[in-house]
Design a protein around this ligand. Structure first.
Ligand SMILES: [Zn+2]
Length: 156
């Protein structure tokens, strides 16, 4: 997540691995803030910021799924560029995860976490999910059905 002045290119991707059943965390949605703000380093000009917001992706590879996060609403995403805002988002998310597990006994961690992500941040980011054990490995947008259960299905 940085500009290379030598190549005049911007790296706007972030990838990491969870080795257990899980979804991205709330922090993973906003991890790009570090590259965007670039504390202590050079700041991007407006055009560079625009490219960043347009193309930023956060990829999280978990035990069973791969998730790709992109920015849906730039104005809303920019509200999460401070550490305090991200810590608050994380705390809110953990609470919503607990609540879902309380109401849905036996639900997988990943299901509870996906639910909380979409419920709280579904208007801020797009979250795409692909199962790792399927040959197609096709990414589908994550949404909630009418009962609040997270589903990865093609757009209508
Ligand atoms: Zn993570």
């Amino acid at each position: 997540m940085s500009w290379s002045s030598a190549n005049n290119t911007l790296t706007v991707g972030f990838t990491h691995i969870h080795t257990f059943d899980s979804a991205p965390s709330a922090k993973d949605l906003f991890v790009g803030r570090i590259g965007f703000v670039n504390p202590g380093g050079p700041t991007m000009n407006t055009a560079q910021q625009q490219v960043f917001l347009e193309y930023f992706t956060s990829t999280v590879v978990t035990e069973n799924n791969t998730y790709v996060v992109t920015i849906k609403d730039q104005t809303k995403w920019l509200e999460y560029t401070t550490e305090a805002a991200v810590e608050q988002a994380q705390a809110k998310w953990l609470k919503a995860v607990d609540q879902y597990r309380e109401n849905n006994k036996g639900a997988l961690n990943s299901e509870a976490q996906e639910h909380a992500l979409i419920k709280l941040f579904g208007d801020v980011v797009n979250i795409y999910k692909a199962p790792r054990n399927h040959t197609g490995h096709e990414f589908q947008p994550l949404t909630l059905d009418s009962s609040g259960k997270p589903i990865a299905a093609p757009c209508d």
